[in-house]
Write a protein that binds this ligand. Structure first.
Ligand code: GTQ
Length: 349
């Protein structure tokens, strides 16, 4: 049963509402059914952003402003239901960042967590906590909260990646802090590849002490991810809702790779159609390989590599790849799970 519907109005009641409004009160019975809803109600709506036109717009921005002047030359993906709020879902932000050859996006840090998902180009760098990593298409890169980071491109091609940040979540909690380093690039104190070797080979330094909640690995290279998916598929154990879906973990405790954002990757084989699935974590998908369709609620979207689409909270989703497909995705599941509010449902109910 739903909660009560809004009660009838009367002149006496209206006069009362006006009186209490002046004293900073309002009557719960007029709004209860709208704020405590039987199932999630979101302003976030399903949408797909095609990569080719996005790339054109980004290259046009490349002629208008440098990465340095912009600090970050990014086109924000505005959810059409949340326009002007810099949100792709209610709690998460997504952007497309362009760094042209020879450019630098200067060093800064902030309390927001960021992920980079590399889409186009290859060989640009990001530096995090004194270590530089080369980024290739499909790599998943983490910038932990308050870590100094700068981006540079020493390659000869433009580099585009998707930024996923918890900006709306931190703004909800009024917990944003940010500062610039005052220099383009931070000092590099560690050899490239150090973190992956140290923390990404099923070992940890014997006296490892954890600093912060984010994974100490900050680049999860696609080459490794893809190879793992390819090996696993030989067992042919497909989840009806997800195909072969993995989560990126923090090797320190097996938990999520990031404290506020849950990243995933999944392989959907040609001819597979997923069973309907819904969950309370609205999810941003980026297509790495393959093409196909995804039906979100009543809307079907056709996707191909580098397209981005968003599934709002509690919308049933069905994927139907036309060929072998690999999808990267991220959501706020880790945050909801920590708060005990995350829910999922399989099948048509
Ligand atoms: O690269 O540090 O898309 O600070 C938004 C805010 C990227 C970044 C964004 C940021 C960054």
């Amino acid at each position: 049963m739903s909660l009560i519907e809004k009660p009838q109005s009367s002149p006496e009641r209206e006069a009362y509402y006006q009186k209490i409004d002046k004293q900073n009160y309002s009557a719960l019975w007029n709004v209860l059914s709208g704020i405590v809803t039987p199932t999630p109600k979101s302003d976030c709506i399903p949408h797909l952003w095609e990569f080719a036109p996005a790339r054109e717009l980004l290259m046009e921005a490349g002629g208008l402003i440098t990465a340095k002047e912009a600090e970050r030359r990014v086109l924000i993906l505005q959810n059409p239901g949340l326009r002007g709020q810099s949100r792709i879902t209610t709690s998460l932000y997504a952007g497309l960042q362009l760094v042209l050859p020879g450019e630098v996006a200067p060093a800064h840090r902030h309390s927001q967590s960021a992920l980079r998902f590399v889409m186009d180009g290859g060989g640009a760098c990001t530096a995090v906590n004194g270590e530089r990593t080369l980024m290739e298409v499909g790599d998943f890169v983490i910038t932990p909260p308050q870590a100094w980071h700068d981006h540079g491109n020493d390659s000869d091609t433009p580099m585009i990646w998707m930024d996923g940040l918890d900006i709306p979540m931190l703004s909800f909690f009024d917990a944003s802090f940010a500062e610039g380093l005052g220099e383009d690039m931070q000092e590099i104190t560690k050899p490239t590849g150090d973190s992956l070797a140290r923390y990404g080979a099923n070992m940890l330094p014997v006296d490892f002490e954890r600093k912060g909640l984010a994974s100490p690995i900050f680049n999860y290279p696609y080459a490794r991810t893809r190879e793992a998916l390819e090996t696993m598929r030989r067992r042919d154990e497909w989840d009806p809702c997800h195909g072969l879906k993995m989560r990126y973990v923090n090797p320190v405790d097996g938990g999520w790779a990031m404290p506020t954002i849950s990243p995933f990757v999944q392989l959907l084989p040609k001819g597979f159609k997923t069973a309907p699935y819904r969950s309370t974590d609205a999810t941003v998908f980026s297509v790495i390989e393959g093409s196909g369709t995804t039906t979100i609620g009543n809307t079907t979207f056709h996707w191909k590599p580098k397209d981005i689409f968003v599934v709002p909270s509690w919308y049933p989703v069905v994927h139907e790849p036309g060929e072998d497909a690999v999808l990267f995705s991220y959501s706020d599941r880790v945050a909801q799970q920590k708060l005990g509010i995350w829910r999922e449902a399989r099948g048509d109910h």
